[in-house]
Write a protein that binds this ligand. Structure first.
Ligand code: AMP
Ligand code: MG
Length: 315
């Protein structure tokens, strides 16, 4: 067993949480059978108890042990996309505590694609409940240094697994009797899921934006420490900066553009670290210029979902 995995298991015995690397973002984890540590996740994150936690498993067989139902569609999707950035929301069984699911009769479950965390879960022998390792509502961490900037080593053991390769949170889908509801957009897109739904005669539906089914749908989320302004491309750099500064009422010279890649996979990967880096000393607002053609890309739509929730002003 790797030394850091042994130390991480020991950290739980000392009453600490463990920050785990995943391909999406870093998680703040506790074993799902340890109510004291689960409660500690909510306390340290300052997360409201109505916001359920995702259960992280190391295999499909392990996932089945915590679900009340395991439809054939779940099996097919897990075989195809696990380990990977897809969370399945399914009926839970009695072994999953209400604190994890916030009293819901369903559980969100996924197998993360990171060798270190998979080894950790296997060696521990019990799944981990893990929300993103940031204070509630703030920017998600994609590097261990992001986690260290928000939590102390007296509370959290830091498992360093390098930079998160996907960079945005998992896609969340709920599987009902004949419907697959998209609760959160992510790197696994509707068109990747669709062939499986057609095969099993499931209809894909988008979650009603006016009904909060998953707290990832909360209007404000992922927010940086200074205002983020979203503007439609006005054709030149000065006009874009001017539009952003007018919207938030801060001097144009105090703004800085958040620059991502044109390639959505790369843009997702660097999104949260660039959001942090752009908020440098002396900068009072950051802005992102949105290009109309991006709205046709499913992955850009998932990135824009994060940027919209993280923004204070949209114009
Ligand atoms: P985080 O890991 O902080 O990105 O949060 C996990 C997301 O998964 C939250 O937005 C939760 O609402 C969502 N989630 C977890 N369990 C469920 C569930 N049983 N039903 C709906 N959403 C869930
Ligand atoms: Mg989060």
């Amino acid at each position: 067993m790797k030394k850091e995995v042994t130390q991480a298991i020991e950290a739980f015995n000392l009453g600490k949480l463990v920050a785990i690397p995943t391909e999406t973002v870093y998680g703040l984890s506790a074993p799902i059978n340890n109510p004291k540590l689960i409660e500690r996740i909510f306390k340290l994150k300052e997360r409201p108890f109505f916001d359920p936690l995702i259960v992280h498993v190391s295999s499909i067989d392990e996932a089945k042990k915590w679900c009340g139902k395991w439809p054939e569609l779940a099996q097919k999707l897990a075989e195809k996309f696990w380990p990977g950035p897809l969370t399945l929301v399914l009926p839970k069984n009695d072994k999953v505590s209400d604190m994890i699911t916030s009293g819901l009769q369903t559980v969100g479950i996924r197998c993360p694609n990171h060798p270190l965390s998979l080894e950790f879960i296997k060696e521990l022998g019990i799944p981990l409940a893990a929300p993103s390792a940031n204070k509630f509502g703030k920017t998600s961490p994609t590097h261990i240094d992001h986690v260290k900037s928000e939590f102390n080593s007296s509370d959290v053991y830091f498992l360093d697994g390098g930079e998160s390769q996907v960079g945005i949170e998992s896609t969340i889908i709920q599987i009902n009797d004949d419907k697959v509801i998209f609760l959160r957009k992510g790197a696994i897109t509707p068109s990747m899921i669709k062939p499986y739904c057609d095969q099993f005669e499931f209809t894909i539906v988008e979650a009603d934006p006016h009904k909060i089914l998953a707290p990832g749908q909360i209007k404000h989320h992922y927010m940086p420490k200074i205002p983020l302004v979203l503007v439609k491309d006005k054709g030149n750099a000065f006009e874009n900066a001017k539009a952003a500064s007018t919207l938030c009422g801060i001097d144009i010279n105090l703004g800085r553009e958040l620059v991502l890649s044109e390639d959505p996979s790369m843009a997702a990967r660097i999104l949260y670290s660039e959001m942090r880096n752009t908020c440098a000393d002396g900068v009072e607002f950051i802005y992102f210029v949105f290009k109309q053609q991006w709205s046709e890309s499913e992955l850009w739509t998932a990135i824009l979902d994060r940027l919209t929730r993280a923004s204070s002003f949209i114009g």
